[in-house]
Ligand binder design. Structure first.
Ligand code: GTB
Length: 216
């Protein structure tokens, strides 16, 4: 049975692959698992059918074989546990890869999302100009630390893993100008984006936006 993923019918990212279905699509592609996508409108996301799958009325969700999941990190972890390719076999390596998934979502992502939310909802507030450099600084601290860890390595811990997939998914939401100041990380992201699985996932979500634009 093919799993079903939900994604925005009209993603506010306009096909840039920044919404959270992107990481799940990428994980499916990495492990070679075909999947179906059910596109949902904002109104549908807040309706009872979707709320039964996702208590917070968001995308993405995952359904397969009677199991329904929400939270992109949990979904990627489930895919990685069900299929070879995204987690090392050895238990220590596997635990470290999962650690990087958590690091991406709970240590690196929060300042990135806070900065982008501030740009959306606080731009007209009197404190915004003072707060912005503080938010940027918090991101930069994490980027500096991550770049130092990565050093000359291709991936965070040995071979490419779900940890890298999650980390790159998170980093792609950061301001490109800020990332450019960290060439190690810019190269890391480019290396991940060059993976055929990433390219297929990106093309699939872009096709949704393109079809919407052409009235399809
Ligand atoms: N922690 C959850 C997860 O990882 O799955 C967060 C899920 C989430 O934030 N989903 C968002 C959503 O459904 C879409 S991806 N929002 C609707 C709502 O809450 O009502 C977040 C997102 C949105 C837009 C952009 N963008 O335009 O660049 C990027 C990311």
């Amino acid at each position: 049975m093919r799993p079903t993923l939900t994604a925005f019918q009209a993603s506010p990212d306009r096909g840039r692959g920044l919404a959270r279905d992107m990481g799940v699509r990428w994980a499916f592609e990495e492990v070679g698992q075909p999947y179906d996508v059910r596109l949902v409108t904002f109104a549908e996301m807040k309706g009872p059918a979707h709320l039964a799958l996702h208590p917070f009325g968001q995308i993405p969700t995952y359904e397969s074989d009677g199991l329904s999941l929400f939270e992109s990190g949990a979904i990627v972890l489930h895919i990685a546990q069900e299929h070879p390719g995204l987690l090392p076999h050895a238990s220590h390596g596997r635990a470290r890869a999962v650690t990087w998934m958590f690091a991406a979502l709970s240590t690196v992502e929060p300042p990135i999302v806070e900065r982008s939310m501030a740009g959306l909802v606080e731009r007209d507030r009197p404190w915004f100009a003072d707060r912005l450099p503080l938010l940027d600084e918090r991101i930069d601290v994490r980027l500096t630390q991550l770049a130092r860890h990565l050093g000359d390595s291709a991936w965070l811990d040995g071979d490419f893993s779900a940890g890298d997939l999650m980390m790159v998914t998170v980093l792609r939401r950061a301001d490109p100008a800020m990332l450019a100041r960290h060439p190690t990380l810019a190269a890391y992201i480019a290396r991940a984006e060059a993976r055929p699985a990433f390219q297929r996932a990106f093309a699939a979500q872009l096709a949704v936006f393109t079809a919407l634009q052409s009235g399809g």
